[in-house]
Write a protein that binds this ligand. Sequence first.
Ligand SMILES: Cc1cc2nc3c(=O)[nH]c(=O)nc-3n(C[C@H](O)[C@H](O)[C@H](O)COP(=O)(O)OP(=O)(O)OC[C@H]3O[C@@H](n4cnc5c(N)ncnc54)[C@H](O)[C@@H]3O)c2cc1C
Ligand code: FES
Length: 360
Amino acid sequence: MGPIVTPIVVLSSVGAGLAIILVLAEKYLASYGECRIKVKGEKEIVVEGGGTLQASLTDNGVFVPSACGGKGTCGTCKVQIFNKGAGEPLATEIPYLSKEDLENGFRLSCLVKVKNDLEVSVPKIHEFRTIVTKIEDLTHDIKSIIFELQDGETIDFKPGQYVMMRMPGTEEEPVMRAYSIASKPSDNHVVELLIRLVPGGLMTTYVFTELKVGDEVYLSGPYGEFYLRDSDKDIICVGGGSGVAPIKSIITHLFEKDTDRKVTYYFGARAVKDLYFYKECLELKEKYPNFRFITALSDLDEGDQWDGDTGFIHLVIDKYLEDGEDMESYMCGPPPMIDAAIDMLVEKDMDEDDIYFDKF
Ligand SMILES: Cc1cc2nc3c(=O)[nH]c(=O)nc-3n(C[C@H](O)[C@H](O)[C@H](O)COP(=O)(O)OP(=O)(O)OC[C@H]3O[C@@H](n4cnc5c(N)ncnc54)[C@H](O)[C@@H]3O)c2cc1C
Ligand code: FES
């Protein structure tokens, strides 16, 4: 090792060591004592400081929704904090908070640590009572479920948003998961969800093995900042798997309104057996000259008859998209697919502010 490298290595090690000590000290030594949380319109609770605001509320019977299990990546757990006890918003919260949210003291409760007394308001979530009216197998691992809203209610949402579904029979300790709405806003008396089986997953195993037509299910929402913007820019949609759900809502809404925006849908799937919402897209393509539909399969099964594009969807975008300037994009799918597609669109001069996505 050379004479300059050695001190650098020593300094880096000391820095890393100090950082670890600080984190451990915060975790094990910091004591904030008892903190009072006044929940506006509900109750006052006393908690041991140091935990997250979300966990402190939930442990004391004040329900705060979560679509990411408290990882700070969904934005569902927003609460309003009225006093200064929570400090300034963290950089990791900012992407999920609008200008109005920040002005009005909204924070992501899963990222706020309780260190002082707090005065908070938890947004009331509206739960829709629904009855399952149709369950259909779309592929080997994706089902479409139609939920009909009861009690004369209708749902007002923007295409792209999602609802939280509560597993029947879990009223005491709700098991809830997020699902994008696949139906279009004009069909406001029903909600269609497209649910992909996650092997070993709690909710999806329930949906695939127990849920049946006639069951009563509670949905809350709508939630989410991923929704179709009211602009006149041309659009690129990217999605496959269960990520088709919000894209289906966006595309069917746009063409129901006879949009004159140019819409290109890049549909990425593994093999022929994973294709669905495919025939509908081919029909739209026939009917509307401003709809372009490009499908690419990345991992064909033996015997698949396929003469379309193959490979990863970001490479197919590279092949067909000349210039992304003045366009906007709506993308939904697994994180690696979305990350690669974002990089490609930015490379094609699309403004990052015009790229909207949900990763799951
Ligand atoms: C905003 C948003 C919208 C969503 N929309 C949809 C949708 O339209 N359709 C849909 O099917 N899902 C959607 N999801 C995912 C959904 O919320 C659940 O995470 C998923 O259904 C698994 O729930 P589970 O209870 O079966 O699995 P869990 O019991 O929560 O998880 C079981 C195991 O699987 C892993 N896991 C969890 N989710 C996934 C996943 N998606 N892929 C691979 N492994 C996973 C977990 O890490 C865990 O190890 C969405 C998620 C978000 C945040
Ligand atoms: S629970 Fe998802 S951001 Fe807080």
